[in-house]
Design a protein around this ligand. Structure first.
Ligand code: SF4
Ligand code: SF4
Ligand code: SF4
Length: 248
């Protein structure tokens, strides 16, 4: 019997679902491995229980928490996929405003008090329920998603990089963004994207979240070499809710 798999979305742009929906020729490999029983963007239908649930998006409203807890209670394994779910991602920018009423006024103006627009500071999925596995990135990469699915089906632990983007970047022989006058979070961000941004002349903004046990000394050495401080590049940390403390 193939494992029953379901996909759910909360506050997000649904770009990570699209990555799955657009697996192209690999979609056959996926449906050979699993039985997709719920996936709003692709099919109709539902199931009472799931072997694996994939959760996309952030938790931003009280009713989201209740729905997420219900999904968790009916799932053997729960995977948080995409930056919105895994770290809170871009949705956590609003938390920096400090006052949620100010955020609502800015976004909804005179409609801010309408009850269906109720919202609170953004939470990542693991801040509400237990998460078994993560697929990082904004958006996720299709190859890493498939790697995680295969590992879950075959009962192994997905091999997710535990080292920084700089490792991949240097192996590719890229010229460092700092040498080009930019700032880059590669020293403290989890690898696995094949350093796609610096390889295309764009600085890393940390979409895959902080690498475990970040080497703050390496970050300091880079910043000192270019006469910068963590405060100078704080803005870079805000896009994907990376805690600037990881660089301190
Ligand atoms: S992680 Fe990025 S691509 Fe995925 S849903 Fe969130 S904003 Fe969209
Ligand atoms: S700081 Fe950025 S550009 Fe420089 S090596 Fe690391 S990932 Fe590459
Ligand atoms: S280089 Fe950084 S921002 Fe770009 S995809 Fe990789 S982790 Fe995300």
């Amino acid at each position: 019997m193939k494992p029953k798999v379901a996909f759910f979305d909360f506050a997000c742009c649904e770009g990570c679902q699209l990555q799955v929906a657009n697996l192209e020729e690999d979609i056959l490999g996926l449906v050979n491995l699993v039985d997709v029983v719920e996936f709003r963007e692709v099919l109709t239908g539902s199931a009472p229980e799931y072997d694996v649930s994939f959760i996309e998006g952030s938790i931003t409203r009280p009713e989201d928490e209740a729905r997420l807890r219900d999904i968790r209670s009916r799932s053997k394994v729960l995977v948080s996929y995409g930056a919105c779910a895994a770290t809170g991602g871009v949705n956590k920018i609003k938390n920096l405003w400090g006052n949620i009423d100010k955020v609502k006024k800015e976004v909804y103006d005179k409609d801010a008090a309408m009850p269906h627009l109720e919202t609170y500071p953004t939470k990542a999925v693991h801040e509400v329920v237990k998460v078994d596995y993560f697929v990082h990135g904004c958006p996720i990469t299709r190859s890493e998603f498939l790697k995680v699915v295969k590992a879950l089906v075959f009962g192994t632990t997905p091999d997710i990089p535990q080292y920084p983007v700089c490792v991949e970047c240097k192996m590719l022989g890229n010229e460092c963004m700092y040498d080009k006058g930019g700032v880059c979070l590669g020293p403290v961000t989890r690898a696995g994207c094949n350093a796609i941004c610096p390889s295309n002349n764009v600085s890393c903004e940390g979409c895959r979240g902080a690498v475990p046990n970040p080497n703050n000394n390496a970050m300091h050495e880079v910043l000192a070499k270019y006469k910068l401080s963590v405060d100078d590049i704080k803005r870079q940390f805000t896009m994907y809710a990376l805690d600037p403390e990881v660089g301190k």
